[in-house]
Design a protein around this ligand. Structure first.
Ligand code: HEM
Length: 598
């Protein structure tokens, strides 16, 4: 769903120049670098794979444009106007500082660098002061405004670069200075952050006519298709959401457990074997799409056309770039592949739907279908019209987008946290033995009877929510009060809640950085403060797939932990990959495993 792109949208605002252009460059077989800057001029064509060292002074602006992401050393070199090494391999371009400093630190370079830094700092200061003064004076009742280069607060001027590197650290820092409500201006868009349960409540409780979800996610139309969720009127969307909710309700989930369990056994037996080392994120991503396809698309799709579905999903997924947020129809390779993939996905599901509709009632009944495709095929709008084939495909794509990365990331973090703590691991295994014992099949009751595993998943999601920023467009002025001040967030702002920051506030979750699954157990039950726990959002747009996600992740992990002993390979758990649109672990996710002897 569109919310998945919240982080992306923002990042689109935050790193527009480098990422937008990098997206464009993705579609160009070679890059022609043309400069006519102050100090030198150079025109250089890079073949597909090559590496060049550009002369001093020539790369001043270029690294801003093509580096993805901007690394701190590259930024420094750029700011100091020093040479960088550009390499293009396939469609990706990397820019790195040279490995030797050699002739870089000449007196003229240093003089140029100092002059440049002073000029930049002065312009930053002037521009940011002007912008923030203008925003404040045009609406004195609005919350404190922080511009990308705010001169207020501590001296971290490049707020928006900090934000792009780690929104969590940036928002946490600003929270300490400005409190629960403040506005950031990013590329001209005022984004007001709401933190803490009281402020988060506004975000989740107000209706779409006040805070609109649709407005910020329109760019998903080419992926989901015309007339699907964010591209239709409220009435149509309501029918589509009702069908989704119906398909994901508890009674249907019961039938999914044995399907997920079977898929997991088959996958582990074929991929894991007796013992070894595996990247958990990779393995659990594969397992998530296999199990989702089985449950949501049905046995016929899973057994006969899974590979095509997975490939098409991949192209759709890669077809949402930062550029897409601003120019969803830009003629790039990624967009071309996205559009082709959507057409093929529609054709593929049209053939499945046709085959199912051609079945006699007896054959259809004998299949006893529980998948969501079946629900969509039988769903009707309020006027009695059935969903069109294209819309059905769009809804299936939307569900894959909503559940694939979120669930695979959450299962990975949960497993890593458990495997990293011998005491928790011992208790989890104890719980598994108590509930399931022996080798019998899992039931719905079993899954609901694993409070520790449940709380581990909750806790992993609190520490590392895959959706780090949720957004709405303000359609009517919004009044908020905090710290004895009354503010009005004006129509036109984007309001944003950050589950990652909101769920690490020490006054809501004591010792917020500790992995402590017992915080949800009685008598502590820290998640019970309304609008404090945000792993699945809240209010009217809270996650529809929450129960499904718990069933899917818990079933997979129950099988995994009962089957294998496991320990984390790296010394430290990985960091978060804030450059991804759905934020998961970055780096080494390997575990060592060994089959248990029963
Ligand atoms: C651990 C896995 C998951 C996490 C962390 C998660 C998280 C979220 C969050 C935070 C929202 C609220 C977005 C907002 O307020 O803008 C949301 C909405 C939604 N999720 Fe999930 N989700 C997960 C899995 C799933 C799955 C598996 C499905 C479906 C199969 C799903 C379907 C949806 C739908 C349809 C909505 C939109 C609800 C609405 O707008 O009314 N999610 N999810």
């Amino acid at each position: 769903m569109g919310f998945v792109f919240t982080g992306f949208f923002l990042r689109g605002s935050a790193f527009t120049v480098p990422e937008l252009v990098a997206s464009l460059l993705d579609s160009i077989p070679f890059v022609t670098i043309s400069f006519n800057l102050l100090f030198s001029s150079l025109t250089e064509s890079l073949p597909k794979t090559s590496s060049i060292s550009a002369p001093v002074g020539s790369l001043c602006k270029l690294s801003y444009i093509v580096t993805k992401p901007i690394s701190a050393p590259v930024l420094l070199f750029t700011a100091l106007n020093l040479p960088l090494v550009i390499a293009k391999t396939g469609s990706s371009i990397t820019i790195t500082p040279p490995t030797t400093f050699g002739d870089v630190a000449t007196p003229i370079n240093l003089l140029l660098a100092v002059t440049l830094l002073i000029t930049l700092a002065t312009s930053y200061f002037i521009v940011s002061t002007l912008v923030s003064t203008y925003i404040r004076s045009s609406n004195p009742s609005r919350p404190p405004v922080i511009t990308p280069l705010t001169p207020f607060g501590n001296f971290k001027l490049l707020t928006f670069l900090e934000f792009s590197k780690s929104p969590l650290k940036c928002i946490t820092r600003l929270y300490k200075t400005y409190g629960e409500v403040f506005t950031m201006n990013m590329m001209g868009q005022n984004i007001t952050i709401l933190l803490g349960p009281d402020q988060q409540e506004h975000f989740f409780k107000l209706g779409d006519d006040h805070l609109s979800q649709q407005e910020v996610y329109k760019f998903m139309k080419p992926v989901f298709g015309a007339g699907v969720v964010y591209d239709c009127n409220a009435r149509t969307r309501q029918s589509q959401f009702q069908a989704m909710a119906y398909g994901l309700r508890n009674v249907r989930l019961k039938g999914y457990i044995s399907k997920i369990e079977r898929e997991t056994h088959i996958y582990l037996d074929s991929k894991f074997g007796q013992s070894g080392t595996v990247d958990l994120l990779e393995a659990l991503s594969e397992l998530t799409i296999l199990t989702s396809s089985r449950c949501l698309h049905g046995d016929d799709v899973r057994e006969n056309m899974f590979t095509q579905v997975a490939e098409l999903y991949h192209d759709l997924d890669k077809g949402v770039t930062p550029l897409s947020v601003f120019f969803p129809y830009a003629w790039t390779d990624a967009h071309k592949k996205r559009d082709a993939a959507r057409k093929r996905m529609v054709a593929l599901f049209a053939s499945v739907i046709k085959a199912r509709r051609a079945e006699t009632p007896e054959i259809a009944a004998s299949k006893n279908r529980t998948d969501i495709l079946d629900v969509f095929m039988n769903a009707k709008y309020k006027n009695g019209q059935p969903f069109k084939d294209e819309e059905i495909t769009g809804l299936l794509i939307a569900l894959l987008f909503a559940g694939q990365h979120t669930s695979s990331i959450t299962s990975t973090w949960t497993a890593l946290f458990i495997a990293n703590d011998p005491d928790i691991m011992r208790r989890v295994i104890q719980e598994q033995n108590d509930v399931v014992g022996g080798d019998r099949e899992l039931t719905f009751d079993d899954i609901n009877n694993m409070p520790l595993l449940h709380n581990c998943m909750r806790e992993a999601l609190r520490l590392h929510p895959p959706l780090v920023l949720l957004m709405r467009k303000v359609l009517k002025d919004l009044k908020v009060s905090t710290g004895g001040n009354d503010y009005v967030i004006p129509k036109g702002d984007v309001v944003m809640v950050s589950p990652s920051v909101g769920m690490r506030l020490a006054n809501v979750f004591p010792e917020p950085d500790a992995f402590d699954p017992d915080r949800y157990a009685p008598p502590r039950e820290e998640h019970k403060t309304p609008f404090a726990y945000l792993g699945f959002g809240g209010g009217m747009h809270s996650c529809m797939g929450q129960a499904f996600a718990f069933v899917q992740v818990k079933t997979i992990l129950s099988v995994l932990f009962r089957k294998y002993k496991m320990e984390v390979v790296p010394e430290k758990l990985p960091e978060c990959d804030y450059e991804a649109m759905v934020v998961g672990p970055k780096g080494d996710c390997r575990v060592r495993y060994e089959k248990r002897v029963n």
